[in-house]
Design a protein around this ligand. Structure first.
Ligand code: 26Q
Length: 819
């Protein structure tokens, strides 16, 4: 027993009950009779964990014994969502567990509700990382996800008088049954100090870094189960601790308070997730976070994961580090430093290896979202890395001059180090120069990346650039979030679609089957009722019944244009109020918003306040009762998304064309049978191509039209003056009709629309109103709408993150990865 493989517990409700009670009694130290729901949750989560353990250990053993090339996914964010249901589904234990809990008088839903989701990400990018590691486990690809174990994840959003107030996310305070701390695998990370030259024993001139201070990184392991395939990969999140030597030294000098302060200082590094998701501020602590997790990860991989005495010349055969945006790009000079300073390699050889070990994914098109780090800061925090970056840049610019003689403007444009408006390291340039591949996240985005964001680089390295369109995991976002639809799908196309989403195409013909359409509507109805029940207890919101459910959920950002959605809502309201249309002639609609604003993003917060003000007015007005309602549940997160998205009829994807890199919510809605109203932006383009124009509501300017309007000079106040309807709507808002007669509370919002409107909401207004009128009419034709909804599901199989992973394997990660 001691020497053999780990034996999993018996897969039966008796077997599970045994594990559960053991954990409750011996783990939590309570009897069932006296246990709290939290005790029960922790015990059952640990019991579920037992069933994954044998597979986890076996997967690790297999990977050690057959060393294939591994993917090291480097991401500062993983927006995992709740773990319990995911683990139950991966082990196919829902029924067993439900039965066992029933014996104890415990409901599985109560247990599910106990879990606080790990919100270790801001939005799309973090959720994408979570989907990708799910898919890699399901495809049995050797992968370790590396990241940061923030003590506080994305803030919890509350509304006070309709304005966003952030509350710290204390996700760890009731205990976390899903993590495995490994303090014995701690890693030291250095910061600060200076560098010096010296001559080694062989007479070679070398550099060494004399750091000024250091911290420890403790890894916490999370299981990443594949879907019912016996594979469990690892997510390794790092947590900062004070160095023992550090505090001991001070402690011995008698200054206890100073020793504690040093500890606090070190542990600050992984204290909190930065809640900005598109306009990074050059904050020192943020750079510390980035270097901290990347240094831990590289050292852990080289010293602990590779076999001892591994010849690092062969590193590119063993690992590809995928850089999730520029946040982990400091890994590039870190690997150079390890190879040169620690392992004694020559520059050219180290660079050749480094260039093969990294690939870079870009997630933006907004120039201000590109990370730059002031040279002064990098030099102070990471002096050796700054030298290496200069070394990389010098050699790189030499190549640029060789390829484009006399073109000094180009040299300046392409330089990894910018001079203006301040001296800083351009992380996207570093990533592009160092990466073997650079990819965008949807076809349009990859094309704009080549043509607009990094054209000089695309010219110099045409073969580096590629596209991998994002995807989402069908396990969480269809199977788990939408059991009613899942059952229908399984009945129609048979089992197994969760792992081969292209099989959804088998639903095509069912769109023509009236009986199937009726069942499909019933599933949607069941999901709406689930949502109603949830919002009632979660937010005290009472959703009207029988409405078109129109949903816009995503981070609050001007480019995403929640403002445009709001103009539509006010247009509907105004047209009923003014008597222009009779209330009984409008298609009843409930609009749901969900959005967090970055705490320092003023206009985003103003928009939230205005949405809440409009909602309050509309919901209280008997003139529109039963016809129009607006809900804005606070704290939109993965958990809420899982109930909201399956209930939606209409998916709002209305960013200004050329601004949303991909979007992934758009995919989740389509897969759950919502129709999209959207611009030709990001992955919307591909969704429309796949589902067909008849099943997608396109509106607004295309990206080239946006560019042309910019070039010709865009005057939003002119659009306002020329469109009487728009003018009425804006005037109504500006009058204070939604803000207790106070125009002051809306002037920032209104003035920006009229005199700035960077993302051209007014330019797309009429087109948006027109398409929404078509939507009202289309929704009234129930059978046709259902047919379109089914076709959306049938044709969206492409957006599985399993497909994205196949594309990464084919286009980026190369041969040697087992499949
Ligand atoms: C960087 C430095 C300092 C502080 C914060 C940040 C930071 C953090 C998060 C910058 C950006 C982000 C997140 C970006 C993001 O979520 N982008 C989205 O990525 C999705 C997945 O590819 C796309 O679908 C979305 O279009 C894109 O907006």
């Amino acid at each position: 027993l001691a020497r053999g493989p780990v034996v999993p517990p018996t897969r039966s409700s008796e077997g599970f009950l045994r594990e559960f009670l053991r954990e409750l009694q011996y783990g939590q130290g309570v009897t069932l009779a006296r246990s709290s729901p939290n005790d029960q949750y922790l015990a059952m989560a640990r019991a579920v964990r037992h069933y994954l353990m044998a597979d986890w250990l076996e997967t690790a053993r297999r990977r050690r014994e057959h060393p294939a090339k591994m993917v090291g996914y480097l991401s500062a964010e993983y927006l995992l969502g709740r773990q319990l249901d995911n683990a139950l589904l991966a082990t196919d234990m829902v029924d067993i567990v439900q039965e066992a809990l029933a014996e104890c008088g415990i409901s599985l839903d109560t247990m599910r509700a106990q879990e606080v989701e790990p919100g270790l990400g801001n939005g799309g990018l973090g959720r994408l990382a979570a989907c990708f590691i799910d898919s890699l486990a399901t495809l049995d690809v050797s992968c370790v996800g590396y990241g940061i174990r923030y003590e506080y994840g994305i803030f919890r959003q509350t509304f006070v008088d309709g304005r966003q107030v952030e509350v710290p996310d204390t996700w760890l305070s009731f205990g976390n049954p899903w993590e495995f701390p490994h303090p014995e695998r701690e890693v030291e990370v250095n910061f600060g100090g200076h560098t010096e030259q010296y001559t080694d024993e062989d007479g070679r001139e070398r550099t060494r870094w004399i750091p000024g201070w250091n911290v420890l990184g403790v890894p916490y392991h999370y299981m990443v189960p594949g879907y019912q395939n016996g594979v469990v990969n690892t997510l390794r999140l790092w947590s900062a601790r004070a160095t023992h030597a550090f505090d001991l030294q001070i402690f011995n000098s008698g200054d206890y308070a100073e020793a504690v302060r040093a500890q606090t200082f070190a542990e600050n590094i992984t204290k909190v997730l930065y809640p900005e998701d598109s306009t990074p501020q050059g904050r020192e602590l943020r750079l510390q976070q980035q270097y901290f997790f990347v240094a831990c990860s590289l050292k852990d991989y080289i010293d602990q994961t590779l076999p001892p005495d591994f010849d690092l010349k062969r590193l590119p055969d063993q690992i590809i580090f995928q850089l999730n945006d520029t946040h982990p790009v400091i890994a590039v000079p870190e690997l150079m430093r390890l190879l040169i300073d620690d392992k004694g390699m020559e520059w050219d050889e180290a660079w050749e290896i480094t260039q093969k070990c990294f690939a870079y994914t870009c997630h933006t098109l907004l120039p201000e979202a590109l990370e730059v780090w002031p040279v002064e800061l990098v030099g102070r925090l990471l002096p050796r890395h700054l030298e290496i970056i200069y070394g990389i840049n010098e050699r790189f610019l030499e190549q640029v001059r060789e390829a484009f003689p006399g073109d000094e403007l180009r040299v300046r444009r392409m330089s990894i180090v910018q001079d203006h408006p301040f001296r800083a390291v351009r992380m996207a340039h570093l990533a592009t120069v160092a990466g073997a591949k650079v990819n965008g996240v949807a076809e349009l985005h990859s094309q704009l990346l080549r043509d607009k964001l990094l054209p000089d680089f695309a010219q110099m390295y045409p073969d580096k650039f590629t596209n991998v369109t994002n995807g989402v995991t069908p396990r969480r976002f269809v199977r788990q979030a939408n059991p009613a639809l899942s059952e229908l799908i399984s009945e129609a196309v048979g089992p197994g679609w969760e792992r081969d989403l292209s099989r959804l195409s088998g639903l095509e013909s069912f769109a023509e089957d009236p009986e199937f359409r009726e069942q499909f509507r019933q599933a949607k109805q069941a999901n709406k009722e689930r949502l109603r029940a949830l919002l009632l207890v979660r937010d005290g919101v009472e959703l009207p019944e029988g409405h078109l459910l129109d949903v816009m959920v995503k981070r609050l950002h001007e480019y995403k244009r929640q403002s445009l959605k709001l103009l539509h809502v006010v247009t509907l309201y105004e047209s009923i109020r003014s008597g222009e249309v009779a209330a009984e002639d409008v298609t009843p609609r409930t609009v749901i918003f969900g959005a967090k604003a970055a705490p320092g993003y003023h206009m985003a917060k103003e928009t939230i306040a205005l949405i809440n003000a409009v909602a309050k007015t509309i919901n209280a007005d008997p003139a529109v009762k039963g016809r129009l309602a607006v809900a804005f549940p606070a704290n939109y997160n993965v958990t809420l998304a899982e109930t909201l998205i399956p209930a939606a009829d209409l998916s709002e994807q209305i960013s200004l064309a050329g601004m949303e890199a991909s979007g992934t919510g758009n995919m989740k809605f389509a897969l759950n049978g919502a129709l999209t109203v959207g611009t030709d932006d990001g992955a919307n383009v591909e969704i429309r191509q796949l589902v067909g124009d008849d099943n997608f509501f396109l509106f607004g300017m295309s990206e080239p039209e946006v560019a042309a309007l910019h070039a010709s000079g865009y005057v939003p106040s002119q659009v306002y003056a020329d469109n009487p309807r728009l003018k009425r709507v804006i005037d109504l808002i500006a009058s204070g009709a939604f803000t207790d007669g106070d125009p002051g509370r809306v002037s920032a919002f209104v003035d920006d629309l009229l005199y700035n409107d960077r993302f051209m909401a007014l330019a797309d207004y009429q087109s948006y109103i027109d398409v929404q009128e078509r939507i009202d009419a289309a929704y009234a034709d129930t059978e046709a709408w259902t047919r379109s909804a089914i076709l959306n599901v049938a044709r969206a199989g492409f957006f599985s993150s399993d497909r994205s992973m196949h594309d990464y394997l084919d286009r980026i990660w190369g041969a040697g990865i087992r499949l």
